[in-house]
Design a protein around this ligand. Sequence first.
Ligand SMILES: [Zn+2]
Ligand SMILES: [Zn+2]
Length: 372
Amino acid sequence: MEVVFAVRASSRRLVLRDPIPSPLKRPANGMGRIKPSLPPPHPPAAFLQLPADIVLYLCQEHLPPASAVALSLICKALFNLVFPRARLGLDMNALERQDLQLVLEKDLGHAWWYCHYCSLLHPISTQGPTSGTRDSYSWMVGWDSSHPYHNRRWLEGSSFSVDYQSVRLAMNRHFRGPLKGLPLESFNVEASSTTLTPWQRKWLPWQERWSARVVQDELFLSATRTLSGAGWTDDSLRAAFDHEWRQICGHVRTSGPAFYSMNTLLRPSPTVFTPYHDLIESCRRCLTDFAITVEQRLEDVKEGCVEEQPTAFWLISITSYQRLGSGRSPMDIQWEAFGNAMTASANRMQRDMSAYPPGAVKAMWESHEPEH
Ligand SMILES: [Zn+2]
Ligand SMILES: [Zn+2]
């Protein structure tokens, strides 16, 4: 039931009244009036029972502008009391307006989120990262150069993409409670791989599993990418691997130009791949670690084929760990390193390797096992 408050001129107190007539009407046969079974109304907050002058004094003298405006939005009467000349009352500077919207986001965080780039509250329009097949050009959809911080980040060679809105919403859930933002589970995405230039029209069968954790009030992402070479010859697998790269972060690829690629996975001589087990490496620019395992396995022999020898195949697994920051601003350097790696400022950044040596991000991820 909607309620409004009105200021009664005589007593100068805020008075609660119910402006909506009962929806129940007398039956046509003239029988007695039906008693509504509505829950008892909540008593008005103690604050609103104070004399209007006191309310006005508290709002004007003791509350920061953003809190005063947010409080006055409880009802028209309170708003008119605190801001009798609305234009004057809401003549806030940019910082005060931002504070107000951040206060409102706290209350309305189930449906709205605050964007520092636009300085606006936007309606929530995401359910988290997505995974979908892409054709040659669809990865460009969503790129809006006038709103660069709204863009989704797509790591080349993956169908997984994540936008800043999802990062902020996941952290809003962490900071503000279960009804706000998005759950971390919305980052549990299984993605297949794709690329603009498949090797001889056949994509390498990479599979990805993504998940997220909050560690020390920051969002972390992890993805396990697995490539099974079963059914591929060594030469065709190696040729496709060199031709189709997969981005691990905005700066590191599985193959391709040497500056960007993982040295450990470059073509060795004379073997096709060099075996590794859980080799830890890291990006030199952003807070991304990755663990590489390269091994040979034997294919299962089909039942009944007693004479058939098991065939060996290569299995490559790369698990990445990425620290995305607290999601409080799209200009956060950690989000920028991941989400906008193409910007000039992101290109200039260097990871502090003495403070964050290879494995530091992985260790933080593993320090915080989720509760089951
Ligand atoms: Zn925006
Ligand atoms: Zn990087």
